[in-house]
Design a protein around this ligand. Structure first.
Ligand SMILES: Nc1nc2c(ncn2[C@@H]2O[C@H](COP(=O)(O)OP(=O)(O)OP(=O)(O)O)[C@@H](O)[C@H]2O)c(=O)[nH]1
Ligand SMILES: [Mg+2]
Length: 318
């Protein structure tokens, strides 16, 4: 029983000493949000800021988890340690377990140099776009130098989360239309590296041409996203893929872009926290069903959004 009641500070100290159960518990606190999550954040923040993050996104079934798993194997062969967060905004709160079965990384489950954790939203305000950077900072504070972040699906939130990594990898498959979809989903803008996974199937060259054409049309900085074919299920192309990640990392480190990205992310995060907290407070003050009625009024075009917002924010004085 006593173990369950450990404070964030006690959990944090235990986790720093290598207690994995404590680590998992801290991530659950972050997932849940609220005061304990803030406490974890306060403990992590001074020790963080070093971990390198690689985000992987792409359509469901593209092979992100398989690629992640193969990449873990490669990273381990280089004698480096790695942490993985699998983020699923569409699933209910997971407690870190249920989703675990889906992540196809069980091969690494018993390797002490690998830490894998799934996170899902519980629908609470703040959601995973705030919980993810907090989870990364915790892992960072606990000494993880490399964090891979797989997001499931390509909705707006997923793209946003994956796009906030230091290096963002977009996974597509060969075949007509996949690259076009990537374009529609806004993935062209966030991709630092494209992977054409399932390159054992037909259409790799066409997909590469599609992507190259779309890259021609988009505004590129001084980094041109490479397009890497892989067969993740057979560990094919993984070395080349990881070499591209390393090259991108070196590039943005040398150019100063890495620092800029990180500063931009912190500014964005701060603004997001402020917005969320204002909304939370306003909801608290809006008693009864007033909030919902105002929202419904706007949806029904009976109220204008500015007027409704005035009403909703009256109590916070904003
Ligand atoms: N033929 C082939 N199949 C692959 C390859 N990589 C992955 N797969 C298969 O594709 C399916 C989906 O792979 P996952 O790794 O779960 O895909 P995912 O993108 O993580 O899927 P979600 O997390 O559900 O969005 C599995 O059956 C894999 O075995 C590949 O290179 N070639
Ligand atoms: Mg997956």
């Amino acid at each position: 029983m006593a173990r369950k009641d450990r404070s964030p500070q006690e959990l944090f100290d235990a986790a720093r000493a290598g207690d994995r159960a404590a680590m998992a518990r801290l991530l659950s606190l972050i997932e849940r949000g609220g005061e304990s999550a803030r406490e974890v954040g306060r403990l992590s923040y001074p020790l963080g800021g070093n971990a390198y993050t690689v985000g992987l996104t792409g359509a469901p079934g593209a092979g992100k988890s398989t690629l992640t798993s193969a990449t873990i194997g490669h990273i381990r062969s280089l004698d480096r340690e790695v942490a993985v967060l699998a983020i699923d905004p569409s699933s209910p709160f997971s407690g870190g377990a249920i989703l675990g079965d889906r992540v196809r990384m069980q091969d690494h489950a018993t390797d002490p140099g690998v830490f894998i954790r799934s996170m899902a939203t519980r629908g609470h305000l703040g959601g995973l776009s705030l919980a993810t950077p907090e989870a990364v900072r915790l892992l960072d504070a606990l000494g993880h130098e490399l964090v891979l972040i797989e997001t499931v699906g390509v909705g707006q939130v997923e793209v946003e989360i994956a796009g906030k990594a230091d290096t963002t990898v977009v996974v597509v498959n060969p075949g007509w239309g996949d690259s076009v979809q990537a374009n529609k989903a806004g993935l062209m803008e966030i991709a630092d590296i494209f992977v054409i996974n399932k390159a054992d199937r037909k259409g790799v060259d066409e997909t590469r041409r599609d992507l190259e054409q779309m890259l021609e049309l988009s505004q590129l900085g001084d980094w041109r996203p490479p397009i890497i074919p892989t067969v993740a299920s057979q560990n094919d192309g993984i070395e080349t893929f990881w070499a591209a990640v390393t090259e991108h990392r070196e590039h943005i480190t040398a150019s100063g872009e890495l620092q800029k990205r990180r500063q931009r992310r912190l500014r964005d995060e701060l603004r997001e926290i402020i917005v969320r907290r204002l909304e939370l407070r306003a909801r608290e003050i809006c008693t009864g069903d007033r909030w919902d009625r105002l929202e419904d009024g706007v949806a029904a075009r009976q109220l204008d959004p500015w007027g409704a917002a005035d009403e909703m924010l009256r109590g916070v004085g904003a």
